[in-house]
Design a protein. Structure first.
Lengths: 293, 325
């Protein structure tokens, strides 16, 4: 029988993991909302960030938590570079734009995976020692693993910062305007390529932050991104394409549903709960929870 | 007097007959099993990608979950063969029918969804299938099923020594799917599908039965994908969920059509002819040592083709669209 303490524990684990899923999905959602591109290399961005954290930990002997802003900054550059080098060309396609983007980013994903294998071998890596690794907090009998708690807090801070950026700065206004009408913003002097590149950088930086924290408690290998990316696609669609804060709500729902179905079904079938909820939601609301497209 | 359109259609058939004749003769001088293997995979992907093309290319409903139908085909014929001794030819038909039925059942709610919501739903459904098969003990769960191979036999469709019988079956399948696409292209449904793809709302206002068009395309597409799955199971004689139902596989099925020319008669075949030998050769010549060089090369090729030829490789060969306007 499930006691109240058990239920509280399941909900707490789900909430923490859900906020991390939301952080992973945030960048995907941002890029999609901005320019209607589903980035199939999103999982590989996450993997890149985890290796970057691993490499920096080995080189500098600093804690992943301190390195996480640096990793996010590195990923910003990676994301903006990918836009300038690849995506901008996919946007130029006159026919078949959707599939070109899917497979251009899919090709990019395979290249990144190949590069990771080349540089680090397919072996599993892990960060042996960190401040938070293996630590646990307990509040009223509910346990919270420290790395997950840090990830959840980072997620909330990142969404807060994103909200401020989008509502209070000129860049945020440019972002919003470009999202509304990418053609017309040129008339008011906004360089849309610059906004798109910033959007890609920002999206990659968000997933970079998630990767830095995930690397504390997760094995790092070239294929680590796949399952997380799949959850991120479902999260973004569940929240509604184009709604960044829908992704926050959807991430939390996904995390809790996953934790509950791991208990109710069996751990190996926990993802079915997430998928069932996605299907249920879009069958009732074909544009996701907060979609406005 | 034949119209220009009728002449073009007839020329398509002549080209197809010539291509098939060449493909029949091609492996006769080849004894190398490795090369035979590449040929089998190439024609198999041409068939699979054409099947995908029917729903996603012609009707415009982008599915990235076709691994579900492929896996259902593979498991249907293999389970019937291993557990009940039913020969794979019946299993193949059963798999195709089951897959088409499932496509209709899931299509009923899914075809109300638009764009990316539909695509994500197809991914999700295939993943649910994958997890169910990974946990289904009767079908061997994660460790899969082995098809007993006693010797060369057309009855049980198993061959030990030569891969040529598999090649000719796959070629036949690719030719059949091509012919089906060819005839549908000029039928009522073919025009409905393209109308749905180009502008669903406009099509509806002109009296096109949008929902039934999508359902028909899904059923045909799933049927042939499942037949391809049964074939693949016989060809490799061992299947597990991770080899026949993973997401990656859905992408690989779509790739030849997209790179060759989505929504065209020849795109999938052309894409497969370029892509599959390239994949296999890079894997064996660059993949040694697990250094990932094969992946870097392969990924770069996909990216370059997608960016340089957004309308597909077919546009290099012909400037005119093969599909009637």
């Amino acid at each position: 029988m499930l006691s109240a303490a058990n239920i509280a524990q399941i909900l707490m684990s789900g909430l923490l993991m859900g906020l991390i899923y939301a952080l992973i999905a945030a960048g995907l959602s941002l890029i999609f909302g901005l320019m209607d591109v589903v980035n199939f290399a999103h999982g590989e961005f996450l993997m890149t960030a985890m290796y970057a954290t691993f490499g920096l930990v080995v080189m500098l002997s600093l804690d992943p938590l301190i390195l996480s802003p640096i990793v996010a900054a590195i990923m910003f550059v990676v994301g903006a570079f990918c836009y300038r080098a690849i995506i901008v060309h996919a946007m130029r396609a006159r026919t078949n734009v959707g599939m070109v983007q899917v497979f251009a980013t899919f090709g990019l994903a395979i290249v990144i995976r190949g590069l990771a294998q080349f540089a680090f071998t397919p072996d599993y890596r892990s960060i042996p020692k960190s401040w938070l690794g293996g630590q646990t907090f307990s509040v009223l009998g509910v346990y919270m693993p420290a790395p997950q708690l840090a990830g959840a807090l980072a997620s909330l801070i990142a969404f807060g910062a994103l909200w401020l950026l989008m509502k209070k700065t000129d860049f945020g206004k440019a972002l919003e305007a470009t999202r509304e009408d990418a053609g017309a913003v040129g008339l008011v002097g906004i360089d849309r390529n610059r906004v798109f590149a910033m959007g890609w950088g920002l999206g990659a930086a968000l997933v970079g932050l998630a990767g830095a924290i995930l690397s504390i408690f997760y094995y790092i290998h070239p294929d680590v991104g796949g399952p997380f990316a799949l959850i991120a696609y479902v999260t973004v669609a569940l929240g509604g394409f184009g709604s960044v804060f829908g992704a926050l709500a959807a991430g939390v729902i996904v995390g809790i549903v996953e934790a509950v179905s791991a208990t109710v079904l069996q751990p190996s079938m926990k993802a079915i709960g997430i998928y069932a909820v996605y299907l249920l939601v879009v069958f009732l609301r074909p544009r996701g929870l907060f979609g406005n497209l | 007097m034949a119209t220009a359109f009728e002449i073009r259609r007839r020329n398509q058939l002549i080209i197809a007959a010539v291509v098939v004749a060449i493909m029949i003769a091609l492996p006769l001088g080849i004894k190398d099993v490795y090369v035979q293997n590449i040929l089998v995979l190439t024609v198999m992907y041409a068939a699979l990608s054409q099947s995908w093309n029917i729903l996603s290319g012609y009707c415009g409903q982008i599915s990235l979950g076709h691994a579900l139908y492929f896996g259902i085909g593979a498991y249907a014929s293999t389970l019937l063969f291993v557990k009940f001794g039913v020969i794979p030819w019946f299993g193949m038909a059963a798999g195709g029918i089951i897959a088409a039925a499932i496509a209709l059942i899931v299509g009923w709610p899914c075809f109300r969804l638009g764009g990316h919501y539909f695509t994500i739903a197809t991914i999700v459904l295939a993943e649910i299938g994958l997890i169910l098969f990974l946990n289904w003990d009767y079908s061997g769960a994660a460790s899969g099923l082995q098809i007993p191979v006693s010797g060369d036999s057309w009855l049980t469709f198993t061959f030990l020594r030569s891969k040529l019988p598999y090649y000719y079956f796959a070629l036949g399948l690719a030719a059949v799917v091509w012919l089906v696409t060819f005839f549908i292209e000029d039928s009522k449904w073919g025009y409905y599908w393209r109308a749905v793809r180009e502008n669903t709302i406009a099509a509806q206002s002109l009296g096109v039965q949008v929902f039934r068009s999508k359902m028909a395309a899904a059923a045909v597409s799933a049927f042939f994908t499942a037949v391809g799955g049964s074939f693949y199971a016989q060809f490799v004689s061992y299947i597990d969920p991770d080899s026949v139902m993973v997401f990656q596989f859905s992408l690989l099925m779509a790739l030849p059509a997209v790179l060759g020319g989505i929504g065209t008669l020849w795109g999938p075949a052309l894409g497969a002819a370029v892509l599959i030998p390239l994949t296999e050769l890079t894997r064996s010549y660059m993949g040694g040592g697990g250094k990932g060089i094969d992946l870097i090369f392969y990924g770069a090729v996909i990216m370059i083709i997608a960016l340089a030829r957004p309308e597909g490789l077919l546009s290099l060969v012909s400037r005119t669209r093969h599909a009637p306007p």
